[in-house]
Write a protein that binds this ligand. Structure first.
Ligand code: INI
Length: 156
């Protein structure tokens, strides 16, 4: 039996972070969580590029363009979609989720999903560095693990 697991080595990786400005007081905290993870695991921040987009809806197309450059080991997508009084939330949340998944599947580039989709601001704050951790941190950890796992597939 052979078993493959990614590790959490960040050395030599070039990463792009796509983060939305909408709800920036929370998405900024996700970005802090991602940078905190990367710097505390020894990443060279000179090899980390941050791309700000207007809102979560613009994340997938930006991710796609960046993935197609073939310059990044992986992409980390960060955004915050909060339910309001209209169905708008449902459309944005669905499109960003579907778009990121589609981009990952069509390009094959490791991409992580650090998008909060919450019923209210409180739930978002809880997931951006307070009592429920920081989704930005988890998104960083996930993409690093995936990059490593894909690297190990080259031995097959
Ligand atoms: N964008 C978000 O990132 N989060 C939201 O909660 C949100 N809501 O609810 O409206 C949102 N809307 C903007 C959208 O992502 C686009 O930027 C905008 O429609 C322009 O294309």
């Amino acid at each position: 039996m052979r078993e493959f697991k990614g590790d959490f080595s960040v050395s030599g990786l070039k990463l792009a972070i796509i983060v939305s400005r909408f709800n920036e007081f929370i998405s900024g905290k996700l970005l802090e969580g991602t940078i905190d993870y990367l710097s505390r695991h020894g990443a060279d921040l000179n090899n980390v590029d941050v791309f700000w987009v207007p809102g979560a809806f613009e994340i997938p197309i930006t991710a796609k363009r960046l993935a197609e450059l073939d310059k990044y080991s992986g992409l980390i997508c960060l955004g915050v979609v909060i339910r309001g009084d209209t169905p708008h939330f449902t459309y944005i949340a669905a499109e960003v989720t579907k778009g990121i998944a589609q981009t990952a599947l069509t390009t094959g580039v490791p991409i992580s999903y650090g998008i909060l989709t919450t019923d209210n601001i409180e739930q978002a704050i809880e997931r951006a560095g307070t009592k429920a951790g920081n989704r930005g941190w988890i998104a960083a950890e996930s993409v690093i693990e995936l990059i490593s796992l894909f690297g190990k597939m080259k031995q097959i």
